[in-house]
Write a protein that binds this ligand. Sequence first.
Ligand code: S3P
Length: 426
Amino acid sequence: MKINRVKGFSGEIKVPGDKSISHRSIMLGSLAKGTTKVTGFLTGADCLSTIDCFRKMGVDIELHDTEVTVKGLGLHGLKAPTDTLDVGNSGTTTRLMSGILAAQNFSCRVNGDASIQKRPMKRIITPLSMMGADIKSEADNGCAPLIITGSKLHGIHYDSPVASAQVKSAILLAGLYADGETSVTEPAISRNHTELMFKEFGVDINTVGKTATVKPAEELFARDIAVPGDISSAAYFMVAAAITPNSCITIKNVGVNPTRDGIIRVFEMMGADMTVDASSDTTGEPVADITVKTSSLKGCTIGGELIPTLIDEIPALAIMACFAEGDTIIKDAAELKVKESNRIEVMADNLSAMGADIEATDDGMIIHGGRQLHGATIDSKLDHRIAMSFAIAAMNADGETDILGAECVNISYPSFYEDIKGLELK
Ligand code: S3P
């Protein structure tokens, strides 16, 4: 995909549905009694993998455009799949579904693409095994393929070494089936979409500080879910408007759950010209319209408890930092190394290729802002967030940028390039 500088843009857009909430709507809908209707569902490849896996376990799931109907089988109604459950590129599918599979009355195999086969699964195998789960890594390397044999589970308290919603959610989902209370304490609060959706489906869940506690469930009750726009997808347009001259964009109906809105805090710290108009909640999730205009930006430090609230937005924020005056320090973000690619290394390599002044560190990166970027060949490593981040960098670089593997945006934002072309470009 070849991309050139733009002079500016304006417009109003709606980004696709939130990926995390879309995954959870299929999982909880499948385990509920009754029919769950989902609107605004993200039809990115990752969420389609979740649909495919639950269909393979006997759930009737119909998808029309962005509307999904899930005919739940109840907490104990899933059927043994006859085939490997293929999670594709999706870490969320792998980890959350493992928590459910650990408690079924069948065995199954879970596998995905080359990237998934390198991502750490010990982080869920360890706590789920403490609950009594039987999960084996086929190659004995702590990664997928996983062989999961359903077992009787008991409640535990787990002190998680990482702030990860995927780990927390896997344990809480297993906790639905346990013989007692299950709780997870995190070092910093990660996204709480599972907890919020549990409440909607009638699960007894309680959060105090950094600890979420779930009671075993007898039944989940189907609920309609309106999925808000994904702030992680909105991030590309927010950053693009802030760094491109003569630009203004409004993104409608964006999910601004406080465990996800760290990018808004960083925009404030960097002095971005932004307004956030809160509207009503949809299915327990706060929603807002976000407007961003061309901004005069200054560097800042991003670290600590802010990191889990913007972990997927760091590649886009690193691009923004290149256009800010002064240094931006991103720290406490070692988790970036175990995403769809090693996002510290890949951002540093590709931004250096474009002429940015960036140093990779052990737990993040330091960007000295203000250097003019120039076009380069960018290897996305088939990581959707890398491809989209460099598309917006390319719109502000001299010469042409060629993004290799650009089609990987279909993982979370299939219409990304069309939505850029749909802006009123100057
Ligand atoms: C997600 C949690 C985050 C995030 C991922 C989606 C989720 O991962 O990066 O894109 O839906 O729970 P971690 O839990 O590994 O931080």
